[in-house]
Write a new protein. Structure first.
Length: 298
């Protein structure tokens, strides 16, 4: 059980998502059908046995075309980069590069990260280091998060980090003990739900706010269709209630980070990670269900 939880905590994988998501025979629910095209969409793919997907020239174009006009909170979920996976461009870095193209639509960006609390002293520093080592977090991730925060500021977006209490640090990383992965997932879910709901309430008091609040984290926490075993670690239900049903899930998949994972290989979208790409439109979007999409990056 502990190894399974650590896998979830480190990969934040989409395990169980697609088994729970309602869909029609084409793999599409709501929005445009797989064969429909909007202005600027690439030509439909002759995918054969591949899942139906739409193709776009870049991530920014894909997001603007895919996210519904009435979206309020958009939960972006990634497969986290890890030291034991291929050293490729991360979803985080790709998202940062795309942000300027749609940032004017975003008022707030909630990040699945935290600043070490000075009040918690050495315990917080040691716990943070233990977490980073256990989940195999690359050293580059810290600078990539800083790059995203800087890009948000440049676009006039208010960035938010999670707040961990001293009790949280002690529960997640007990002194002399191993990481409690369940506690890490629980605290992360609590914070992403709390901050996003607070941002919605705050912006709704402004007469002319930007339409989207973005949440960026692992692809477990933003799950609109969670399997029962992991449902407690998704903030999607809370965000849906806070927005009156206007939460949207977007998963960002880097093929090399999914490659060889036996759980992910069972997901309906997985063949798209190995599909040939048109270099003019290498970003693929698959519709999991209502207001739920998987974006397979180049």
């Amino acid at each position: 059980m502990r190894d399974w939880l650590l896998t979830l905590a480190s990969c934040a994988c989409a395990c169980g998502k697609d088994a729970a998501a309602p869909r029609n025979a084409a793999g599409e629910v709501g929005g445009r059908d797989a064969g429909a095209r909007a202005p600027g969409d690439a030509e439909p793919r002759d995918a054969g046995a591949l899942p139906a997907a739409r193709a776009y020239p870049d991530l920014a174009t894909a997001l603007v075309a895919t996210i519904p006009a009435d979206a309020r909170v958009v939960g972006f979920g990634e497969l986290h980069a890890r030291t034991d996976r291929a050293p490729v461009a991360s979803a985080l870095a790709t998202f940062t590069g795309a942000l300027p193209a749609f940032g004017r639509r975003v008022s707030d960006l909630v990040l699945e990260t935290w600043l070490t609390a000075p009040a918690c002293g050495k315990a917080a520093v040691e716990a943070t280091g233990k977490i980073e080592t256990t989940v195999k977090r690359p050293a580059s991730t810290k600078s990539e998060i800083a790059d995203l925060a800087a890009a948000a500021r440049a676009a006039g977006i208010q960035a938010h980090a999670m707040t961990l209490t001293c009790d949280d640090y002690a529960a997640i990383a007990p002194p002399g003990g191993e990481i409690d992965a369940a506690q890490l997932l629980t605290v992360t879910t609590r914070e992403l739900a709390r901050i996003s709901a607070s941002a919605v309430a705050h912006r709704d008091r402004e007469p002319a706010h930007r339409p989207w609040i973005a949440v960026y984290g692992g692809a477990l926490h933003n799950d609109r269709f969670p399997a029962p075993a992991v449902a407690e670690w998704s903030y999607a239900g809370d965000a849906d209630r806070a927005t009156g049903g206007h939460f949207v899930e977007i998963d960002l998949i880097v093929p090399a980070l999914a490659d060889g994972d036996p759980v992910l290989a069972r997901e309906p979208w997985y063949p798209l990670t190995r599909a040939p790409r048109d270099p003019r439109a290498p970003v693929l979007v698959w519709t999991r269900g209502e207001r739920s999409f998987v974006v397979v990056l180049p």
